[in-house]
Write a protein that binds this ligand. Structure first.
Ligand SMILES: Cc1cc2nc3c(=O)[nH]c(=O)nc-3n(C[C@H](O)[C@H](O)[C@H](O)COP(=O)(O)O)c2cc1C
Length: 179
């Protein structure tokens, strides 16, 4: 199996295995004024064409950034294998109501709380126990992250490995880089 396929396989394992090191990844955004911001997200799906899926609240700051600039940088890290995967991706918000409803219906009621707070994410509050939830509305948003470049780095005792994959229409080119 080539390395790109094994990356996809590992990421897919992370979707179903809660303790997998790639389950949580960092997504950095850059707003219109050049302000950079990053945050952790849960990896929800990996499609055949490498489109990654994440969920968020439509009122969060990342959504403002994404409207201003849809290019993001993603970072996955496995400290036990010394593997780093970085990606440059374009983000699309999935607007298909049927898809969103299907995914929403699969979310456990406990987890739905993340998308139904009365006050938007990032609002200042006096105490975490103040948080109220709404029953009649949700802000659940499905993000599709479409990688354009994927870079794989593995630290090894002899010859560290660094490979750059670039999307070219429906295929990927690859080249080794100096680590
Ligand atoms: C382990 C972990 C997983 C998280 N997963 C998500 C997630 O899947 N979606 C999300 O919107 N926020 C998630 N968060 C919260 C974000 O990291 C972030 O604080 C929040 O989305 C607000 O970010 P923003 O203000 O930049 O939009 C997670 C936080 C942690 C610590």
């Amino acid at each position: 199996m080539n390395i790109l396929d094994s990356i996809k396989n590992e990421l897919r394992k992370a979707v179903t295995k809660p303790k997998h090191r790639f389950r949580y990844f960092s997504m950095a955004t850059c707003g219109i004024h050049g302000h950079v911001r990053q945050r952790m997200l849960v990896l929800r799906d990996v499609a055949d064409d490498f489109t990654l899926t994440a969920y968020t609240d439509s009122r969060s700051k990342k959504m403002t950034h994404l409207r201003e600039n849809s290019e993001v940088s993603l970072l996955f890290f496995n400290p036990s294998k010394f593997i780093q995967i970085t990606m440059t991706a374009r983000v699309q918000v999935d607007n298909n109501e049927e898809t969103i409803l299907n995914l929403w219906n699969r979310i456990k009621p406990r987890s739905r709380k993340d998308y139904i707070t009365e006050l938007p994410p990032g609002t200042m509050i006096q105490d975490p126990s103040e948080i109220e939830h709404q029953d009649n509305i949700h802000y659940f948003t499905v993000l599709r992250l479409i990688p354009e470049k994927i870079e794989y780095v593995k630290l090894q005792k002899i010859n560290h490995l660094r490979i750059l994959f670039c999307r070219e229409d429906h295929t990927w080119s690859s080249t080794y880089l100096v680590p």
